[in-house]
Ligand binder design. Structure first.
Ligand code: BDR
Ligand code: CA
Length: 342
């Protein structure tokens, strides 16, 4: 199994990612580190503990960063942005019994450093929230850079955005951390909105999930339905592939079709990719960077699609631009058919 650490901010799609990582026989989930993101840390931490307790597995959970690295210092950013603007695809607390299990006594960044430094370089990380914990760990001990086998990040958008006109939530919530993490030689796969929106789960598939009859399949159906309803509240007509584009250009491959009976489950795709890389069907090897100027492109993932830097800047990430939604769904349904015993 792939030794994996999951960094997350549950969050409804984060919860599906946790269940997928915990239940997949292909993954050895070493621990879950939790970050401020979809909600404040006390809530995301409680939610992570609720999911672990629900699974009945002995997976250590670590509290991470309470705030973004420097966001409060950038005048153009609102202090509590962007949590307060989130739609209701998450809710404050997951609808699971209150956690009686406790987080570990060590904080996330410290544990990441200790665990990675003691490893043989065989640990992968799936990071599906703002990247504050990973950036803090890199600042504490830069040597972890060469110890991470693979980093799979859910974040950013090539054509897409969702927290501002420019940026996706995870990068918008802590642009400096995203920049610190991407400015490394860690083998990195970014799963941006362009890839995750192409693997939406539908209400019909929720019915099929319920038919499986395990608690995790049932609960995933609840979460996806919550997400579908959350999206219906917004006017997402702009997400339709009616967007004008010139056939044959790069941008035409970056558009996706959305109908109002479906929702993306972004974070689960990062775990799915570790288990089965074929869920990503197209990706770009590129130099990528993050805008941190605090202006209209704050937190924007900048992908040098046309290699304009001509080798002057490193190819520092693979960026997924297409995915196999059917394969993604089948992986989830197959994994959640398991009885939970590992
Ligand atoms: C990301 O933002 C969060 O709301 C989700 O959990 C996901 O990690 C998608 O932009
Ligand atoms: Ca998340």
């Amino acid at each position: 199994p792939i030794k994996t650490i999951l960094d997350c901010d549950p969050g409804s799609d984060d919860a599906v990612a946790v269940m997928l990582a915990a239940l997949s026989p292909a993954i050895d989930l070493l621990g879950i580190t939790v970050v401020n993101g979809n909600r404040i840390l006390p809530k995301t931490l409680e939610n992570a503990l609720r999911v672990v307790q629900f699974l009945g597995q002995d997976i250590p959970v670590f509290a991470g960063a309470e705030t973004a690295l420097v966001s409060g210092l950038i005048k153009s950013r609102k202090p509590d942005l962007p949590r307060v603007t989130r739609n209701d695809s998450h809710g404050d607390y997951l609808q699971l019994p209150e956690a009686t299990i406790k987080p570990q006594p060590v904080r996330a960044a410290q544990w990441l450093v200790e665990t990675l430094m003691a490893s043989d370089g065989d640990i992968s990380i799936a990071a599906v929230g703002p990247l504050t914990n990973i950036a803090l760990a890199l600042r504490l001990e830069p040597k972890i850079e060469s110890k991470i086998k693979q980093l799979v990040i859910m974040g950013g958008g090539v054509a897409g955005s969702n927290a501002s006109a420019s940026a996706e939530f995870n990068f918008y919530a802590d642009p400096e951390s995203a920049k610190i993490v991407l400015d490394t030689t860690i083998p990195t796969m970014i799963l941006p909105l362009d890839a995750t929106w192409r693997a939406c789960i539908t209400l019909d598939q929720c019915t099929d999930l319920r038919a499986i009859g395990t608690p995790w399949a049932d609960y995933t159906a609840d979460l996806v339905e919550l997400r579908v309803r959350g999206l219906q509240v917004n006017d997402l007509s702009a997400h339709n592939s009616e967007l004008r584009h010139t056939p044959g250009t790069v941008s035409s491959t970056l558009l996706y079709r959305y109908e109002n009976d479906m929702a993306p489950v972004h974070d689960a795709m990062a775990v799915a990719y570790l288990i089965d890389p074929a869920v990503v069907t197209e990706y770009i090897e590129a130099n990528v960077d993050i805008d941190i100027a605090g202006g209209i492109a704050d937190g924007r993932l900048v992908v040098d699609l046309h290699n304009t830097k001509k080798g002057a800047a490193p190819i520092n990430a693979n960026v997924a631009v297409n995915s196999d939604g059917q394969r993604f769904y089948e992986l989830i349904s197959r994994t959640f058919a398991a009885d939970g015993a590992r």
